[in-house]
Structure formats: C-alpha cells, structure tokens
Design a protein around this ligand. Structure first.
Ligand code: UDP
Ligand code: MG
Length: 327
C-alpha cells in the first residue's frame, strides 16, 4: 500500500485571498512535485468577493492539478474545509491555509510520519510569530478549559494544518454536524496521531478574517460541541445552594420560635434574590446555547451548496443534490 509514490491531495479553503493564491502555488507545487508529480490541489472558494476564483481558474488553465470548488456563499472555514475533504481523492490529504502561515515545506515530513504508520500528522506551532499577547493568552486559556471540560484531548497549539490518511478522511466525512469544531472532530475520530513542531509564520499578504468576537464564538462552539459540563454546572450549584438554604431555613425557624418575629432582613433578602436570579439567568443562557445548537442540527440541512467546480469530477460527490451548476 504505502509505495513510494503516494497520491496526495492538498485542500485549501480560501476566502478573499487573491493576493496570496499565486504565492502559495509557486511555493507549494515544487514541494508537492518532489513527493509525486501526480497530486491535486483543491481550492475551496468560500464565497470570496474578490478575484480569488479567477486566480485559481487561471492556474488551472496552465496546471490541471489545480482544482476549484466554488461554494454558493461564505460558509466559514470549517465548512469550506469539509467541502474540500468531501471531494479529495488522495491516498493522503493535507489541509492548509491559503496565506502560507503553514509552511508547505513541512508536508514531506508529514508524509514520512505517515509512512511510519501514523494516520494523522498535525503541525504544532513552536512560536506564534506576529500574534498579539492577548491572542496567545486567550488561546492558552481555551485549551486549558476545553481539556478540563471534555474527555477528548485537543493537542495544544495544533491548528488545522495536518495530514490525514484515507481512512481518517473517510471517518471524518461521516460527521455531518452543523457546528463544526474541526480541532475537536479531528481528535474525536481517533486513530494513531502524532505532531511535528513548526514555526508559524506571519501571514504573507492580505488580512486575517478573525476578530475577537469570532474567536470567542469559536471557543463557545468548541466547548458546547464536545462537553455538556456547563449544563451540569447548574445542578451542582443548585444542590450546593439548597444545602446551605436548608441550614439557614432551620436557623430562621428556631430564631423565630425563640425570639419571635423580627422585621429587619431586607438586605439579606435582596442579596439572595439578586444572586439567585443572576445565576438563573446565566444558566438559562447556557441552556439556550445548547438549545440553539440542537435547533440548528435538527433542521438537518446540507452543509453547503456548490455553484461551480473546475477540474473536479462531480461523480465523487458524497452527498447528492448539493451541486447546482445551471442558473
Ligand atoms: N477562510 C475561509 N472562510 C472564512 C474565513 C477564512 O475559507 O470564512 C480561510 C482563509 O482564506 C484562510 C484560512 O481559512 O485560508 C485561515 O484564515 P485566516 O488566515 O484569516 O485565519 P488565521 O490564520 O488568522 O487564524
Ligand atoms: Mg492565517
């Protein structure tokens, strides 16, 4: 099986990346060719409003190994990635960002690890260049919290940049949830995984599509997708409160019987009301987070629609009926 010439698919989600497409092509193709002349590079145009698609089509004209899937709108990176994985035909599949923050030079090393028998080889960031202190700190907190709350282990500082064996990709293709926290899903499917360290470079051109609000929601998605500890917290806290309330109630009864009714008490009542109504609202919110996600999942919609493909055989479509070419 693991012969010298492995057929590799490189999957690249791209959203408004016109400035970087050519850089990526120039840098990745010699490396991929050194592994095997036969490879495919699948760009997924995630509803870009610049010339990303045109750039990719131009590349396809001179090199048919460059392929394009065009989604019907911007669906977000996780879904763009999924679309690429759905159509990738390679014996091994590598996913990477378009902006060259993930150095393609690492791919031959990943293939080597795969030959050693690993199913997933993820790249682990050694240093995070060009990232603010706040981003590094929040990332650290996120990993710590998610490790505590869910039973799956998400490797710290590993991004989406990784190589996957055919069986890993096939397994991943079975997970069709709407809220796709890919890092968690990669870990959840299991198989033999290993990491190799690399230095994450700053973006070569263009701008990041992430801001803190998006990152926060991403983190909430990550935790709610893989853990229901936040839901359980309310019952734990409820039990604790009931426990103390029981003793306090006993004390009040005894006090009233012995010393009679004593009117002052406004402050303690207010404190109790404010505290517990606050706690209740928070947990209503937590329940809402899960309920909203359930609402989205039960609609059972397809993950994406495709409005065009270049160089890709539509017979490979895994979920029939999501491709619309004709106007
Ligand atoms: N991306 C995407 N759809 C989106 C946002 C981003 O396909 O809605 C792609 C983007 O083109 C890039 C990758 O996801 O290839 C990572 O995005 P970005 O560089 O903005 O994120 P960062 O590296 O800052 O985490
Ligand atoms: Mg980037």
């Amino acid at each position: 099986m693991k012969n010298d010439k492995v057929f590799l698919s490189l999957v690249v989600p791209a959203y408004n990346e016109e400035e970087v497409i050519n850089f990526l092509y120039e840098r990745a193709v010699p490396i991929l060719s050194s592994i095997n002349e036969r490879f495919e590079m699948i760009f997924v145009n995630d509803g870009s409003c610049d010339c990303t698609a045109e750039k990719i089509k131009a590349l396809h004209q001179k090199d048919s190994r460059i392929k394009l899937i065009e989604l019907s709108r911007n669906f977000g990176k996780e879904i763009a990635l999924t679309a690429g994985l759905d159509f990738a035909q390679g014996e091994v599949v590598v996913v990477t960002d378009a902006d060259l923050q993930d150095p393609p030079e690492l791919i031959p090393k990943m293939v080597e690890k795969w030959r050693e028998g690993y199913d997933t080889v993820y790249a682990v960031r050694r240093i995070r260049q060009g990232e603010t202190f706040l981003k590094k700190a929040t990332a650290k907190i996120f990993y710590r919290v998610s490790r505590r709350l869910s039973k799956i282990e998400i490797p710290e500082n590993a991004g989406d940049f990784r190589l996957m064996s055919r069986r890993t990709v096939n397994a991943l293709k079975l997970l069709r949830e709407q809220h796709r926290f890919m890092k968690g899903m990669f870990s959840w499917i299991g198989f033999k995984q290993t990491g190799i360290p690399y230095n994450r470079e700053p973006r070569i051109a263009g701008r990041t599509k992430w801001n803190y609000w998006r990152l926060f929601n991403f983190a909430v998605d990550g935790i709610t997708s893989f853990s229901y500890v936040p839901l359980q917290l309310s019952s734990y806290l409820g039990c604790l409160a009931a426990f103390f309330a029981f003793f306090y109630a006993g004390y009040l009864v005894v006090r009233t019987l012995v010393w009679g009714v004593d009117l002052p008490g406004y402050a303690s009542i207010m404190v109790a009301i404010l505290f517990f109504s606050g706690v209740q609202l928070i947990f209503l919110g937590v329940i809402g987070e899960y309920l909203g996600r359930m609402f989205n999942e039960t609609k059972n919609r397809p993950l994406y629609f495709i409005q065009g493909m270049v160089g890709i055989d539509r017979l490979n479509e895994p979920n029939k009926g999501t491709i619309f070419f004709d106007k």
